[in-house]
Design a protein around this ligand. Structure first.
Ligand code: MYR
Length: 131
């Protein structure tokens, strides 16, 4: 289950990923220490995600397989959906400004939640711990 409170512990290649996303250096520096916390509550195919960070607090509600809009902390807008494939949540999103695809996954591995990100050939990963 993905349910729980997850706090980011460490990131791999996240700055390169943000750079590929076109996020400027000042914002990248801030975002690499964003203390991101997500609280996930799944019930059936419906998810509620409460996201909080040094930037903002937002609540996102979505249903597996159903497209929704999501604004990134810097205002970049995405549209897309999550699907469950086996034990892996797979997110397929497109930027509204340029149509390019952002792929992301969430898996539980041991006591961590690992989220991967891919945009235009650059992969990154963030590991979250229960907290
Ligand atoms: C959620 O399930 O948390 C809401 C939907 C998330 C959409 C995809 C998240 C990608 C976030 C990318 C952050 C990028 C910083 C450059």
């Amino acid at each position: 289950t993905f349910n729980g409170t997850w706090k980011v512990d460490r990131s791999e290649n996240y700055e390169k990923f943000m750079e590929q996303m076109g996020i400027n250096m000042v914002k990248r520096k801030l975002a690499s220490h964003d203390n991101l916390k997500i609280i996930i509550e799944q019930s059936g195919d419906k998810f509620q995600v409460k996201e909080s960070s040094t930037f903002r607090t937002v609540e996102i509600n979505f249903t597996l397989g159903v497209s929704f809009d999501y604004s990134m902390a810097d205002g970049t807008e995405l549209t897309g959906s999550w699907a469950l494939e086996g034990e892996t949540l797979k997110g397929t999103f497109n930027r509204k400004d340029n149509g390019k695809q952002l792929l992301t996954t969430r898996i539980i591995s041991g006591d961590e939640l690992i989220q991967s990100y891919n945009y235009e050939g650059v992969d990154a990963k963030r590991n979250f711990q229960a907290g």
